[in-house]
Design a protein around this ligand. Structure first.
Ligand SMILES: [Zn+2]
Length: 290
């Protein structure tokens, strides 16, 4: 299980996140909800009676709730701290985050897989507006990876609010990976492997979620997203990224918003990036977060 993954397993966990997004994306009207498949419940009734709802009100008016079986209340405290810290970090970066509501739900993994139909190695997903994290009562909780997943998913929630849900997929996944913690080992290897036989994946293919991608290209797509995001921040700074997000939120089309915010077309940026990809070696120092 990814919750107990070693560092070497993180790449497969990365793949799992991608699949999780794929599973998470269909809205209520998706075929998965058709009558052939029984509608999954959020909780089993026995578990529901022991759930604790812990609200967290944030400075910008956002409302978060951590929903967890009482047996995991210690973990809940850590999650609340993570959510608070992550929120502060992004408030400092982008000044104003429009208010939004979401919840983080810790769920017994058997219920989780029954509900979502997610692959067995999924370690978190955003499902019907809720961040759901599977845990097992039978295993020791890997707190580091749990916190990492919470940061990653919560970053998606913040970025969605900042961009009015219009953020390009590569930037969305790039920022979520960057802010979840240290770079996943194996990420650069995955990209190098991909580039041996393929062209870089075009950013236009990474505009939405990564759902349309072949499974084999997903790790490289994540790696490229992280590189493209770090390079963007290094070249233009976070204030420019903030301007891009506001333009998207205001409904400006992606191409014009990119050009206005960065004074460069996305195509031109992509061309520059193509050269950087080939030199993204294992020894290179990661770009520092501001
Ligand atoms: Zn993600």
């Amino acid at each position: 299980m990814p919750l107990h993954r070693t560092r070497h397993d993180q790449l497969s966990a990365l793949l799992a996140s991608a699949i999780a997004i794929l599973v998470a994306l269909p809205p209520l009207s998706a075929p998965a909800q058709s009558k052939e498949i029984p509608r999954a419940r959020y909780t089993d009734p026995a578990e529901e009676s022991r759930l604790r709802f812990t609200p967290l009100n944030l400075s910008n008016g956002s409302k978060l709730t951590v929903i967890s079986p009482t047996k995991w209340s210690d973990v809940t405290k850590q999650i609340l701290k993570t959510l608070n810290d992550t929120h502060k970090e992004f408030t400092q970066l982008f000044a104003e985050i429009p208010a939004f509501s979401t919840s983080v739900r810790l769920m017994e993994e058997t219920t989780f897989f029954e509900l979502t139909g997610a692959p067995a190695w999924t370690n978190a997903m955003f499902f019907r507006g809720q961040i759901i994290i599977p845990l097992s009562s039978k295993k020791e909780i890997d707190l580091d990876n749990l916190i990492r997943s919470v940061k990653h998913e919560y970053t998606h929630a913040i970025m969605s609010s900042l961009s009015g849900g219009r953020l390009p997929g590569w930037l969305d996944e790039g920022i979520a990976q960057w802010f979840e913690g240290s770079e996943s080992p194996g990420l650069r290897d995955a990209l190098r492997e991909w580039l041996k036989d393929h062209e870089p994946i075009s950013l236009s293919l990474l505009q939405g979620g990564f759902t349309k991608l072949n499974t084999e290209m997903v790790p490289a797509a994540y790696a490229q997203s992280l590189l493209a995001t770090k390079a963007l921040a290094e070249k233009f700074g976070f204030p420019a990224i903030g301007r891009f997000l506001i333009l998207l939120r205001e409904g400006v089309d992606k191409q014009s918003a990119f050009l206005t915010a960065f004074d460069m077309t996305q195509e031109a940026y992509e061309k520059e990036l193509g050269k950087a990809l080939t030199t993204w070696g294992p020894s290179e120092e990661p770009v520092r977060k501001p």
